[in-house]
Design a protein around this ligand. Structure first.
Ligand code: B12
Length: 214
């Protein structure tokens, strides 16, 4: 269980760049059968949000923020044996960040959740060019495409991308999410058919991952 004390200790190690202690703590939590959701939200996401606030208020340097991100990305892989053990159904999702969107940790978690629930989650990462995504969708023929934005100034890019996808794939469900919507902007996608704004991993699970129909 991730208690407040445990979280604080983890954050201290993370900010100090102590990957060995962070990894030891994550491994111990995995060993105790801590659910993926708790690790992802209550440890990785919570600490990265706090890192963001510390950076925003000049309490830590950009270098320290980069270090925390890179450590967190490596720690997530420790959870992979738990993720990929689910029986796979053959459903496929392509998950990516929009062009110009460099925050990729949240989108990676989304891709991991697809795997956890038995989908094949193809994660393309940060700043994927629109034409490359379209070609990949033609090649992979997924059941769904998921788009992530963390900064609000990428909403226009998301809108362009969703329209481009819709022109070529009239029936493909598109889901979009991330902190880019924290200050609004969902309406930008209202005029595009079959686009769903998803607020959290929990909503993703109930609306798509455990649902028989998309
Ligand atoms: C690390 C980081 C960076 C790194 C990212 C590196 C990387 N490899 O990802 C770098 C240095 C590149 C960066 C750059 C910038 N950043 Co920055 N960054 C962060 C930071 C500290 C952590 C991001 C993170 O990993 N969060 C943890 C993940 C797990 O959370 P998440 O992304 O929200 O994802 C969850 C949900 O949102 C959801 N989700 C996400 N996507 C999707 C998609 C779907 C379909 C679904 C269903 C769900 C979903 O699921 C995830 C799990 O719950 C955040 C602080 C914060 N609050 O997050 C700032 C933050 C996001 N950055 C911010 C800013 C302003 C910037 C810059 C503009 C700074 C600058 N002046 O250059 C640039 C923009 C770069 C760009 N064009 O994208 C602001 C954004 C404000 C805003 N919303 O407009 C934040 C909030 C910091 C702050 N407090 O001000 N950043």
């Amino acid at each position: 269980m991730i208690t407040d004390d445990l979280y604080k200790m983890y954050l201290t190690y993370l900010l100090a760049g102590n990957r060995v202690e962070c990894a030891r703590m994550v491994n111990a939590l995995i060993h105790e059968n801590t659910p993926i959701k708790e690790l992802y939200i209550n440890l990785f996401q919570r600490s990265m949000y706090e890192v963001g606030t510390l950076w925003e208020f000049n309490k830590i340097s950009v270098a320290t923020e980069h270090l925390c991100t890179s450590i967190t990305e490596s720690l997530i892989t420790l959870c992979y044996p738990l993720l990929f053990s689910a029986e796979h159904s053959g459903r496929k999702a392509v998950i990516t960040c929009t062009p110009g969107e460099y925050h990729q940790l949240g989108a990676r978690m989304v891709a991991d959740y697809f795997e956890l629930y038995g989908w094949d989650g193809y994660f393309l990462g940060a700043d994927t060019p629109a034409d490359e995504l379209i070609s990949y969708l033609h090649e992979k023929k997924p059941d769904l495409v998921a788009l992530s934005i963390s900064v609000s100034f990428n909403i226009a890019e998301l809108q362009r991308l969703a329209m481009k996808i819709r022109e070529q794939f009239p029936e493909l469900p598109i889901i979009a999410g991330g902190q880019g919507f924290r200050w609004g902007g969902e309406n930008a996608l209202d005029n595009i058919d079959k686009v769903h704004i998803i607020r959290s991993l929990d909503e993703l699970v109930t609306r798509f991952l455990t649902s028989q129909t998309i």
